[in-house]
Design a protein. Structure first.
Length: 274
């Protein structure tokens, strides 16, 4: 039996004994039939998308202030004759719910989400618990150092985000600093994912924009710029991370829709728990 390194194929360390039978790790029998060890649990990391998805994600005030729609639109058509036939047209906000932020989201002329290969969206994950961090404060480089992170890791940052419910509330959560994002991007990690609705602190971003002193993505949203400029996928809007935060052996998978020239790609994300 030939075994290939799981680090090389998926991007991680220290899980060979648990994951050596995965087809993803390239383990095959002499007859070339792939072998697969099924996970003991598959955790859905995506919420159900509905017409109220934008409000459920970031609340009304942010949407209003940034001129974004409060609702997505679902057009459903049903006919009964000569047979039952249902069809739907969906108008989705591609930056609500779990999605891949393509570099073209923040850098003019940069790569779109349809240009990324699927192997960049799967890997052994290290889930880091930041729920104790005060809301509206940045996660710094020091928060990620000493965590055993290495090149090729999928890093999932869990901040315990809950959406605002009041009409005048902004989303509030510990967000990613530019220096932390640059540190992770230069390791480089394989992918960064989080339950934050945005890598940036939306309160902080709104305040900076209101001052009018800074211009451009690199100054206003350095955390986005760090990953985008290194062409490292970043994924926002995950849910159910409390179900995997204490699991030592997790594989993340989340393939974005292949939208031509997409500045984002909605994904169905999952954690395979071994």
């Amino acid at each position: 039996m030939r075994r290939l390194s799981f680090r090389r194929e998926v991007g991680s360390v220290g899980l060979f004994s648990v994951l050596s039978l995965l087809a993803l790790a390239g383990c095959r029998s002499e007859s070339a039939q792939p072998m697969f060890a099924a996970p003991r649990a598959v955790i859905d990391l995506s919420p159900t998308l509905g017409e109220d998805a934008p409000v459920r994600s970031v609340g009304r005030k942010f949407l209003k202030d940034f001129g974004l729609p409060e609702a997505t639109v679902f057009h459903h058509t049903v006919s009964e004759e000569p047979m039952y036939f249902a069809d739907s047209k969906l108008e989705l906000f591609n930056h609500v719910g779990p999605h891949h932020d393509a570099p073209s989201h923040v850098i003019k002329g940069a790569r779109a989400t349809d240009s990324f290969s699927l192997d960049q969206f799967i890997g052994v994950a290290k889930v880091l618990d930041f729920r104790s961090k005060p809301k509206d404060t940045p996660l710094t480089r020091a928060d990620f150092e000493g965590r055993g992170l290495v090149a090729g890791d999928v890093v999932i940052a869990y901040v315990g985000y809950t959406a605002p419910t009041g009409p005048d509330e902004y989303p509030s959560y510990a967000y990613l600093s530019g220096e932390a994002a640059e540190y992770l991007a230069t390791l480089p990690v394989r992918l960064f994912a989080t339950d934050m609705p945005s890598l940036a602190g939306l309160k902080n971003l709104a305040a900076l924009m209101a001052k009018g002193e800074l211009k451009g993505t690199k100054d206003l949203a350095p955390e986005h710029y760090a990953f985008a400029s290194h062409e490292i996928p970043s994924i926002e809007g995950l849910v159910n991370l409390e179900q995997i935060v204490n699991e030592p052996h997790v594989v993340f998978v989340g393939f974005p829709l292949k939208i031509k020239d997409g500045n984002a790609g909605p994904i169905r994300a999952a954690a395979l728990v071994y």
